[in-house]
Write a protein that binds this ligand. Structure first.
Ligand code: SF4
Length: 419
């Protein structure tokens, strides 16, 4: 914590005292680094407008050009079958469920074709912890993608999925990452972080899929292997303010160590249809959390707006609370929609929101390199006014090409024997 004493000339008592919010604010503006007590004080007591102004000024120092970026990619959930059973998740289906699905390679290639038509160059590929999808399946899929679309990028498999594959294949995490990179993995998304505090993870039943140390460990290995990754936070379940801060400071520490994170994305827990239930955090809580993240995570260049969970209007407002990126144009969404949120913005709408807020809109890639002006100003692209789903016809079941891979679960083995 920063203290003022007599020698500073600002306190006449000679007794050290905590800094006031105004003093903390003044220090941030000249590049001072927040500690946890100060971050807590700001979060709990600073006026929302002041938090926004501080975060906006830090955003401006990092991005003086006035550019707000976004990416055209597609969020594909290759399977909803999952053994982890997180209490906050409305997306997964247990092994053997008649509603479980695993996409086939051809279905994924078709989604890539559609993404390229819209000007996109990347898939965000994540899914459940399916015991019947082995490492070889991912390797074959990634190689298949790269053979067909050499320039297309794969932002795939969050840390808990990497850990799941490591356990399934009985290979160490660095070996799994190495094999996935050799097959075509370009970057790892920061999903599955929830709150990086094991007390919270135990309550949410996501401790077994990855402890806080394990999640950070995967990211450390990925950064050491040369990958850039994102980091996320899902807040608003059972965590305290201090635990939210613990999460941010653990990310800041790892970023100090590796510099491998490209961006931070925070979203509020979406409670509908989940075992945990409860209520969603409000828009002000989102904006305060986002602004605080911008101030604590002073070594992160990019903060995304989570308009997918907050809606377009709060999403736009987040550009005044520290965000400099609108995330992805939404083509397909399955996970957040399962929990009740179904916001959709295509490129036209994302750009309209950026420009209306006074910024210049630019497309980017996964490394946050600017690619150019909005694609719809360069050529005609179809409007995407409805979100696509994993399978348009709602079919469940495995695609036939999984037949060639060994299943681990009893129901999976039986199903494949019967095929
Ligand atoms: S959040 Fe992910 S790991 Fe947890 S139950 Fe849902 S699909 Fe499985």
């Amino acid at each position: 914590m920063w203290y003022l004493d007599e020698s500073s000339g600002l306190s006449g008592s000679g007794v050290k005292r905590p800094m006031s919010i105004a003093e903390i604010a003044a220090r941030i503006d000249v590049g001072g680094r927040l500690d946890r007590d100060e971050a807590r004080e700001l979060y709990l007591d600073a006026p929302t407008a002041l938090l926004g102004q501080l975060a906006d000024r830090m955003r401006l120092r990092k991005h003086p050009s006035g550019i707000v970026t976004y990416i055209i990619d597609r969020n594909v959930n290759y399977t909803n079958v999952c053994v982890a059973r997180c209490r906050f998740c409305a997306f997964y289906r247990p092994v053997g469920s008649s509603e479980g699905y695993t996409l086939g390679f051809d279905e994924i290639y078709r989604k890539i074709d559609e993404t390229i038509q819209l000007g996109g160059g990347q898939l965000l590929l994540q899914g459940g912890h399916n015991p019947d999808v082995p490492l070889q399946w991912y390797e074959d899929l990634f190689r298949g993608v790269k053979a067909r679309y050499p320039d297309f990028r794969l932002h795939a498999l969050s840390p808990p999925e990497v850990i799941h594959i490591s356990r399934l294949s009985q290979l160490a995490v660095p070996d799994v990452i190495g094999r996935l990179i050799a097959a075509g993995l370009d970057s790892i998304p920061g999903g599955g972080a929830e709150i990086l505090v094991d007390r919270v993870r135990r309550i949410l039943n996501c401790y077994n899929k990855a402890t806080a140390d394990e999640w950070l460990g995967v990211m450390r290995h990925a950064h050491q292997a040369g990958l850039r990754t994102t980091a996320t936070m899902m807040y608003g379940t059972v965590e305290t303010v201090d635990e939210r801060l613990e999460h941010m400071f653990r990310l800041r520490d790892l970023q100090d160590e590796t510099g491998g994170f490209t961006a931070f994305i925070a979203w509020s827990y979406q409670p509908q249809h989940t075992e945990l239930g409860g209520a969603e955090a409000t828009g002000i809580e989102y904006l305060r959390t986002l602004a605080l993240a911008r101030l604590v995570l002073d070594n992160f260049d990019n903060l995304q707006s989570s308009w997918v969970t907050q809606g377009g209007k709060v999403g736009q407002l987040s550009l005044a609370y520290g965000a400099n990126d609108m995330g992805s144009v939404m083509i397909e969404e399955n996970v957040v929609r399962a929990a009740g949120a179904e916001y959709c913005m295509d490129e036209f709408e994302v750009v309209r929101n950026i420009e209306n807020a006074g910024f210049t809109a630019r497309r980017r890639n996964m490394h946050y390199d600017v690619l150019g002006a909005p694609i719809f100003r360069e050529r005609a692209v179809p409007r995407m006014l409805e979100l696509a789903v994993a399978r348009a016809d709602g079919r469940a079941g495995e695609a036939g090409d999984l037949r060639g891979y060994a299943a681990r679960s009893a129901s999976g083995r039986k199903a494949r024997e019967g095929q």
